[in-house]
Design a protein around this ligand. Sequence first.
Ligand SMILES: [Zn+2]
Length: 371
Amino acid sequence: MRFEDVIGQSDLKKKLLKEVKNQKISHAQMFHGDPGFGGLPLALAFAQYILCEDKQENDSCSKCPTCRQVQELQHPDLHFSFPTIQSISKISNGLLSDWRSQIQASAYFSYFDWIKKIDPKEGKPIISVHESEEIHKKLRLKSYQGGYKILIMWLPETMNMECANKILKILEEPPKKTLFLLVAANGDALLDTIRSRCQLLQLQRIEKQVMEDHLKKAFNIDQETCQSITSFSEGNLLRAYEIAQSSDDDEELKDAFIDMMRSSYKKNVIEMMNWSDSMAKRGKARQKIFLTYTLHMLRQCIVKNYMGERLVHVSKEEAAFIDRFAPFISGTNIREFMSAFDEAYYQLERNANSKILFTLLCFQSMRFLHK
Ligand SMILES: [Zn+2]
């Protein structure tokens, strides 16, 4: 993976390049942000740049033997730790071939994509104490190339306590020339003591123009569709892909959103139940897109309230609805809305019963709107 292959994140790329050029590479760094912002691809590109034998001005060469080994995830000084299902393999090495094939297909993927890949029963993968012992062993070895040994740990927040404590000890007394690149989706769930030992690299939402250009190339779609997908996805590549790969139209999303908010506002329980019924009949992919769309629309209300204008692309009809609806969205209830809809998204991934889930969301919305 080269920096060039990472979508957006230009500020962080510059920062990382500077670290290498000034030879001031922090020994523990945490890439933090939703997997759809690209923390893992960025960590991979950084590792490749550090190890590359023929560094170019702004990127690795991708041709030297080292680069090739890194690209195949076969470099002896580059190690990986990631959550595993304990009954399948207690350590990452046991699932390395799945890991490689996932990254080769795409380095942008979520915890749930990973679960689906490794476990048909969809259990809960974690990083356990067995893995921390492995890490300890690996990092004690001398590096093959005489340079850095690099460990990329994906989703360190899935470490259990016992493992986290062992990793903390390693971070406190790191072996020489060792780099820890932690790639977290939810860094707040990590031990404070671990976080405070890491340099934080906060990933940003992918910039609008970059996302549009990328989608145009990846899906061969027209300008208008690109713009609308870009604005729903709010800088998150995984969400953009979900939307781009579904063939349905936006009209239906808009209507579903308006119906839900209207019936919840009117406290019309029968309408709310009917709405939940019809939403539950749609496919899971569509339901997830609906949640993403709703979050986007709610944010637009806040933008309108606080900045007096709409900063991103919405259609005329959506704008008309937002004009009337925005006064009911405030700094207080927006947080409740966000966390309820995010939670629902998470639960859908975990195969929750969608009828119950959408009914609950209607009732929650009713409560938030009448605060
Ligand atoms: Zn190279």
